[in-house]
Design a protein around this ligand. Structure first.
Ligand code: ATP
Ligand code: MG
Length: 449
């Protein structure tokens, strides 16, 4: 084995040494070895050992039973958590979801054999150096994702591994080895057995990577057809308009690249034009139009994100951005206030980012003018913030109590009254004064009679 040195953090070293002092063997393993060799910063340091979970728990004072049935115990050292997992052989995967049973083993080789890819199947400790039984190092240097063992068998044990292959190829900018990719194309339909939660984890890592363009390979692999058929439709939706130089799918990839790599922004970019394929109408001159695609897209996005089991906060944020991504009112201060009111101040920054990125993913046609427009919208928004103009009910100088005190019955009418007052103030911020609003409220009450 060549002389490769990995800097193990002191907590993980302590665990490995302590287990050694008790007659056991332990290594750092998997992602942290891969990332260290690549000079990347590992997210976490996992440890693999021949010690049984009960033995690990006896040796360390502070442990948590994280996944004790799978052999994983969390050990806390100086307030940092390390997952310590006993060497194991995974049993059959029940319906492609979870291993039905796991068997502990005293053999490191068995443990490395159950891992998904060669680049993820290396172990390391300071005494023995790198343990690399499947040429993971070679694949790291060649930039290749390759299954440990026979790809068809490995994907049949756990179908999620297929999406993981694409996720690693996107994170690391690696190619997928031909036999491995072929097996994915054959077995892609079996991804339907995998839970949405597990798919979500891999999908988010893929779209938040430096290479969202790998989504193209996700379609080629046949996997998106199973969990995201809308994506296949986007990739085959051409756009005959001066504004675009790519089909909807490739435009989407460009926009994703231009937004920050956060869950919300990448999902919003991914889904902003999701309704274009079903909204497309071609006119007599052969030009394409996508009337109504933002609102319809917001409905579709909600459906898709629910299917992927995203949290409600993310769903609301993304759907809002999809709905308003194409909003281009005439930029009067009044119209900008109305837009800020509709989207909500907490989403304005994100909307501006998405609109900017959307333009960068289009053709050069009128690019400077389009970007200038977003800049003006930003300036208008900044004026609203600076002058603390009222753009929502909570900014009004009258509140629900005042409205009730003025004789509006408790219930839905209170909200309607406040909404009516807000409309007045959106029109003219100077009118956000108690006396003025009281007068306005009296008018409103009369109009209700
Ligand atoms: P990340 O940096 O995203 O955490 P990782 O390689 O650590 O990447 P994890 O999902 O945390 O990925 O898994 C840790 C290790 O466990 C992997 O490196 C791999 O060896 C193994 N592993 C994880 N999931 C599977 C799976 N579905 N099938 C086989 N081995 C797996
Ligand atoms: Mg990990």
């Amino acid at each position: 084995m060549e002389n490769l040195k990995i800097e193990i953090p002191s907590g993980a070293s302590t665990i490995i040494e302590t287990l050694g002092a008790h007659g056991h063997v332990a290594y750092v393993v998997g992602g942290c070895v891969r990332d260290s060799v690549l000079g990347r910063n590992p997210a976490d340091w996992d440890i693999t050992t021949d010690a049984l979970p009960e033995e690990v728990k006896e040796i360390f004072p502070v442990t948590i039973d994280t996944g004790i049935e799978h052999g994983t115990v969390t050990v806390r050292i100086d307030h940092v958590s390390y997952e310590v997992t006993t060497y194991r052989i995974d049993g059959e995967y029940e319906d492609g979801r979870h291993p039905k049973d796991v068997t502990f083993t005293r053999s490191l080789e068995e443990d490395l054999k159950r891992r998904d890819f060669t680049i993820n199947a290396m172990a390391y400790n300071d005494t023995e150096g790198l343990v690399d039984l499947f040429d993971g190092l070679g694949d790291l240097r060649r930039g290749i994702v390759r299954c440990v063992g026979n790809p068809t068998e490995r994907f049949s044990e756990d179908a999620l591994r297929m999406l993981r292959a694409l996720r690693f190829s996107a994170q690391l900018d690696f190619a997928i080895e031909a036999e491995t990719f072929g097996a994915i194309q054959t077995l892609a339909p079996t991804l339907s057995k995998v839970s949405a939660e597990r798919i979500q984890v891999e999908l988010l890592k893929l779209i938040c990577s430096d290479h969202p363009e790998r989504l193209e390979a996700v379609a080629e692999s046949g996997l998106s057809a199973i969990f995201f058929p809308e994506w296949d439709a986007m990739l085959s939706c051409s756009q005959a308009t001066v504004h675009h130089c790519y089909d909807v799918g490739h435009h989407t990839i460009e926009v994703m690249r231009e937004v920050p790599a956060t869950k919300g922004m990448r999902l919003a970019a991914l889904l902003h034009d999701v309704a274009k394929p079903i909204s497309k109408k071609t006119d007599k001159k052969g030009h394409d139009h996508f009337v109504g695609h933002p609102s319809l897209g917001a409905v579709m996005a909600r459906d898709i994100l629910r299917r992927w089991k995203l949290d409600n906060g993310t769903i609301d944020m993304v759907c809002r951005l999809v709905k308003y991504h194409d909003e281009r009112p005439q930029l009067t201060p009044r119209n900008i206030r109305r837009l800020v009111h509709r989207i909500g101040t907490e989403h304005m920054e994100d909307l501006l980012t998405l609109q900017w990125a959307d333009i960068l993913g289009q053709s050069d046609y009128l690019r400077e003018e389009k970007l200038e427009r977003v800049t003006q919208l930003r300036e208008g928004y900044e004026t609203i913030l600076r002058e603390q103009q009222c753009v929502q009910i909570s900014d009004l100088k009258l509140n629900g109590k005042d409205v009730i005190a003025a004789g509006v019955p408790k219930g839905p009418m209170v909200g309607q009254a406040l909404e009516a007052l807000l409309q007045v103030v959106l029109e003219d911020p100077a009118r956000n004064e108690r006396e003025d609003l009281m007068g306005e409220l009296e008018q409103w009450k009369k109009s209700c009679k």
